[in-house]
Design a protein around this ligand. Sequence first.
Ligand code: URA
Length: 423
Amino acid sequence: MDAIDVIVTKRDGGELSREQISWMIGAYTRGEVAEEQMAALAMAILLNGMTRREIADWTAAMIDSGERMDWSVLDRPTADKHSTGGVGDKITLPLAPLVAACGAYVPQLSGRGLGHTGGTLDKLESIPGWRASLSTGEMLDVLRAAGAVVCAAGSGLAPADRKLYALRDVTGTVESIPLIASSIMSKKIAEGTGSLVLDVKVGSGAFMKTPERARELARTMVELGTDAGVRTVALLTAMDRPLGRAVGNALEVAEAVEVLAGGGPSDVVELTVRLAREMLAAAGLDGAKDPADALADGSAMDVWRRMIAAQGGDPDAPLPRAAETTTVTAPASGVLVRLDAYAVGMAAWRLGAGRARKEDPVSHAAGVTVHVKPGETVREGAPLLTLHADDPARFPRALEALEDAWAIVPDGEPDLLPLIIDR
Ligand code: URA
């Protein structure tokens, strides 16, 4: 087999055979195919697409590049969810303990933020002592102790994806639906969950800007999961405005704890409960306790505390707070009709909540508090947004990102995507 033949086949609009795909991914993982050759193939895939069969073979080859986890020793079904990423999307934090409180095991491998979207591990690491890296044996111990575990994927899980994702990131080839779907699903299938709910975000703050592209990605991922024997469901949900009122690592942990305590912003609560019901149904636990009850009676909070403590964290420790804050106030009274998710995500990123390169540290305290959500009224001079940073030198560029981010009109309704667009 020869890398150039594989690249030329796809460049000329041909269909790659299973043998070509499995050879290419294996040889690339072993370092026998050059980065520039894989970059050329990724670009040919982005431009010419892949058939359903090719995407399934590509995903299988990525899974085969590493280990597969197995939770069959557990006595209850496993369920997981994956979000394609957004601004203020802290849903995993209340969701994993909530679903565990209703009877499923939740073994969740999560990621870090890159660019304007946040990462679950960065958020949880703002809890003093909490550890993201666990061995498979430690994951099992946390699952048995708490029912849910959220941790980093080990280097043995889909190593081909790890290499390819880094390459796509610097070659303009991230936005290919076959490559995104196979990247996400190879890791989720290798993780060994029995069922999976996908939260595919739509809007300015998401990878997929339109419902049409999001629907195509969702359908591709559901087909991949179903074909691999994982019961898979996808929701399309809004990311045209930030989710909840907190954007940034420790700020989002605090908001997640509010939800677990029975409060929190209504959009975060609604999406958490809906995803929990979908996960329980996908896991075959339709008759289980209702997630809304598990939030109200404190049982989800009990699981959260056990889960954090089992990973070395102190659930009672104060969260980091930023040394500096500055507030954006409303220049006029009226209704906030727009608050752009991408702009708020960029502002949080520039305040230090995200990283520019994989190896950069994040500020746990940095971020944005949203005082007024689209559809709410505000009085002239009242706070709209509070910016939090460790270093005030970060404020000017964050404020620049927010310049055209919002609109207040004397009277009117916001033109927003429904929170849950489709299933
Ligand atoms: N998340 C992933 O894991 N992979 C992609 O390609 C995009 C988002």
